[in-house]
Design a protein around this ligand. Structure first.
Ligand SMILES: Nc1ncnc2c1ncn2[C@@H]1O[C@H](COP(=O)(O)OP(=O)(O)OP(=O)(O)O)[C@@H](O)[C@H]1O
Ligand SMILES: [Mg+2]
Length: 442
């Protein structure tokens, strides 16, 4: 007799709870795996993977990432310790049953070569006893979801697909039975950089819709920073060296090993994660087209500024006007002949990253680039000082208290990422330690 309880006793029940199964948390508690007498492949690992997040395991080759992942779906049995998935002990589940509710994507997709795309995707639905119509509908839905036209691709064989397309099919197959958990072991590792970036974008888009719990293994720091809600940096035996959000890790690497793993340039990487909307913008003297030239001249002088930004009636930036342009002039600013140096080539949006902002600054003729908010209205400007202060602020905000687990013991071997050693770009230069004030942020 099955006992009655408020809680589901199997992942199947969890998955059936709601259409569109969202992620469940995964807890590893003191998990160890020994293969024979060698040092444990995974040594007393304790970590929580929150529901609906992408957690990236990042670590050198052989540190135990795959072993950790395969213990979650019981392709490998732990020597000791417990693994809870959605609060349920993985050991209490039938391994086959468990794996039907945990999608698994590996490098080079691992598709069955003698089966069509549809046949590959239909594996788990067929094992679950779905009828043909339901399965066929699901296959087409999944192909759509991963960006492959069903009519074109469903009857192809894997060898008739590019590597990137195979990987998409691999993701579709893993999602077939709508599992709450996805395990992805270097899924994009064998792809060229552009295909890889496309698939990363796709995964983020998918995750925006699906909110699965995703454990994602990679060697690639940039991939980790891009995809991870959290990143666990692992040393030998899957020892957690640092576990935190990408911002936390970049702002405050736990030790020299992590810094080395990040490949230096952590300030630059932080810029790629920070949006213009999240930083304190510089303000420039503003001028409407109807403003009086003489008045503007005074305002510039009072502000100690050389240039004002001219805005149209909807606050959209039109051009810069300099003191020299105003000299001897009169009447409305809009009637002045446009000065040769007043052109605005680039306007950043609030969603631009600071990396894009720096790019724009380096390409611009002046040391300031305007930012437009919704409807293109001017909201402020970015300068190198803005960027520097933003990086400092993120670092200061992240420092105390240090999040996640850190251990200081034992320095694992250097990773084989081929990353350059730490050549820190000192964007967060000394001085200017004062926190920027929040005024004029919008
Ligand atoms: N079946 C096995 N028998 C014996 N040792 C194993 C077995 N599987 C893995 N190992 C060992 O366990 C350690 C961790 O292996 P694992 O595959 O988990 O590493 P990884 O972090 O995924 O590495 P990579 O980044 O190269 O894929 C390695 O030293 C490996 O040799
Ligand atoms: Mg591996």
């Amino acid at each position: 007799m099955p006992e009655t309880t408020d809680h589901p006793q199997s992942l199947a029940a969890l998955a059936a709870d709601g259409g569109g199964t969202a992620g469940v948390p995964i807890e590893l508690i003191g998990v160890t795996k020994r293969f024979g007498s060698a040092a444990p492949a995974v040594d007393d690992l304790t970590m929580t993977i929150p529901a609906g997040e992408i957690v990236v395991l990042l670590g050198a080759s052989g540190c135990g990432k795959t072993t950790t992942m395969r213990m979650i779906n019981r392709l490998i049995e732990p020597t000791s310790g417990r693994i809870l998935i959605g609060g349920l002990d993985a050991r209490a589940q039938q391994p086959d049953e468990l794996r039907r509710h945990i999608g698994y994507v590996i490098q080079q997709a691992g598709l069955f070569p003698h089966m069509t795309v549809a046949g590959n995707i239909a594996q788990v639905p067929m094992m679950l006893g779905w009828d043909r119509r339901r399965t066929a509908r699901r296959v087409d839905e999944l192909l759509d979801l991963v960006g492959l036209a069903p009519g074109e691709y469903r009857d192809r064989y894997p060898r008739q697909l590019s590597g990137g397309q195979q990987q998409r099919v691999g993701v579709a197959r893993a999602l077939a039975a709508d599992p709450p958990v996805l395990l992805m072991d270097e899924p994009f590792g064998a792809l060229d950089p552009i295909t890889r970036e496309n698939l990363q974008e796709e995964l983020l888009r998918l995750q925006g819709e699906l909110s699965k719990t995703i454990v994602f293994v990679t060697h690639d720091v940039d991939e980790a920073l891009r995809l991870g809600d959290r990143i666990a940096i692992l040393g030998a035996g899957s020892r957690i060296v640092q576990y935190g959000t990408p911002e936390e890790i970049l702002a405050d690497p736990a030790d020299a090993h992590v810094e080395q793993f990040l490949g230096g340039r952590s300030a630059m990487k932080l810029l790629g994660l920070t949006r213009v909307r999240d930083v304190v913008l510089d303000d420039q003297v503003r001028a409407g087209t109807g403003d009086d030239v003489a008045g503007l001249r005074h305002r510039l002088r009072d502000a100690g500024a050389e240039w004002a930004i001219v805005l149209d009636e909807n606050d959209r930036p039109i051009r810069w006007v300099g003191r020299a342009d105003l000299d001897g002039g009169s009447g409305p600013v809009g009637a002045l002949p446009p000065g040769p140096d007043g052109r605005i080539d680039t306007v950043l949006s609030a969603g631009s990253t600071l990396q894009e902002a720096v790019e724009a600054l380096l390409n611009a003729d002046r040391e300031v680039v305007p930012v437009a908010g919704a409807h293109g209205g001017y909201v402020g400007a970015v300068t190198l000082t803005t960027v520097r202060q933003a990086v400092q602020e993120v670092r200061e905000r992240r420092r105390p208290p240090r999040p996640g687990r850190t251990t200081a013991a034992g320095t694992p071997p250097a990773p084989d990422t081929g990353a350059p050693s730490a050549d820190s770009v000192a964007l967060a230069a000394a001085g200017e330690a004062d926190g920027p004030d929040r005024a004029d942020a919008r």
